[in-house]
Ligand binder design. Structure first.
Ligand SMILES: C[S@@+](CC[C@H](N)C(=O)[O-])C[C@H]1O[C@@H](n2cnc3c(N)ncnc32)[C@H](O)[C@@H]1O
Length: 343
């Protein structure tokens, strides 16, 4: 088991890991670095507040300082990521476009997989109070997903979602003459049927059999009892074209808009805490059990808690004593090694 919590600047932790043989070994890296919001963030507990980290990057040119600090860290992350691995970078509007350009240079444009739109925290749209505005209320953060090797393939990410069975028209207006054939007494002159002839004929037979001998059983029950494999096509007099049956689903494939999970959490008082739901989705969908997951800006430890819950090994790092304090509290029932490094 490789659970390690580093309390140090992450550049030191990354060097330590590279020197200790972790190059190409980390399966999934999630980072939620400062966004250059020019604010300070606090740990607020029991009516008291302590500075957790400073996101001002004070100096003549904060943007330059910020990017100069991110660049070597992203370079090292690339060394540590396994060839089949994924990197998720949590950003908001302040820096996402700059980081995208740096990432395309460091990882290669072809390794950019998706920008995932996620919900911002509990921030009300207060614009209704005014007559004019400078810009719209911002309701999203972004995750940039990169791979290390552009030939890497990933299992389809799924989410729980109950969709009832339904009948749909079997004709489509995409014009493919090879997919036109006589079906239940009808030969379309244009467009096409949705499936090949042999598949459709089988589905017609399946429905006829059901109608003749089993129609007192609901179709969905019949489909379940026959092994969830049968397809059905029917033709009703009142409908012009044949219809095919779409079975019920309890999962759907994810797209890049994730408004169904919370992104921000409010359980620890650590101001920039992310939600376990979001981290469980990333880790659960983009890594396997026993995979090695790392977060080099782990803050209150949300990703580490989610990784432990999903039986992944984890490496976390943060330079803020407040962050380490909260993360350790959250990880009280998990075994890990704490490493403090100084440059
Ligand atoms: C946006 S917060 C991360 C919040 C975290 N995802 C959570 O759920 O609590 C960014 C974190 O990066 C840490 N940080 C900033 N620069 C760092 C550095 N050079 N090395 C290590 N940690 C750093 C900050 O202390 C802060 O906790």
């Amino acid at each position: 088991m490789t659970n390690i919590l580093f309390h140090c600047d992450n550049i030191e932790a990354m060097k330590y890991l590279i020197d200790s043989g972790f190059e190409n070994k980390i399966d999934l890296i999630y980072i939620d670095p400062p966004f250059l919001t020019r604010d300070k963030y606090f740990l607020r507990t029991h009516g008291r507040q302590k500075l957790a980290f400073d996101d001002t990057f004070r100096g003549k040119n904060p943007l330059k300082i910020y990017l100069a600090s991110m660049y070597p860290r992203l370079q090292n992350i690339r060394h540590l990521l396994s060839p089949s691995g994924s990197l998720f970078i949590h950003m908001d509007w302040h820096m996402v476009h700059y980081i995208k350009v740096i990432m395309d240079e460091l990882f290669g444009y072809s390794n950019f997989r998706n920008e995932i739109v996620i919900k911002r925290g509990r921030r009300k749209n207060l614009l209704y109070q005014f007559k004019s505005m400078d810009r719209m209320h911002i309701a999203n953060d972004s995750l940039l997903w990169y791979s290390k090797d552009n030939s890497a393939k990933f299992p389809l990410p799924m989410k729980e979602n109950t969709v009832d069975s339904k009948w749909m028209g079997f004709w489509s207006n995409v014009n493919r003459p090879t997919m036109r054939y006589s079906l239940l007494g009808h030969m379309p002159e244009r467009g096409q049927w949705k499936w090949t002839r042999s598949r459709a004929m089988k589905a017609v037979k399946n429905y006829k059999l059901y109608e003749c001998y089993f129609s007192e059983v609901p179709l969905e029950k019949y489909w379940v009892e026959t092994g969830k494999k049968l397809e059905f096509i029917r033709k009703r007099d009142e409908v012009k074209y044949a219809e095919y049956w779409i079975p019920p689903k309890n999962k759907t494939v994810l797209d890049n808009v994730w408004l169904d999970v919370e992104s921000y959490g409010y359980s620890t008082g650590y101001e920039t805490e992310k939600h376990e739901q979001l981290l469980e989705r990333i880790i659960g969908q983009f890594s396997y059990p026993k995979a090695l997951v790392a977060d080099f800006f782990c803050g209150s430890g949300t990703s580490l808690v989610a990784a432990a819950r999903l039986a992944r090994n984890w490496i976390g790092c943060d330079s803020s004593p407040q962050a380490i304090h909260v993360a350790q509290k959250r990880l009280f029932n998990t075994r890990y090694k704490l490493i403090r490094l100084t440059s």
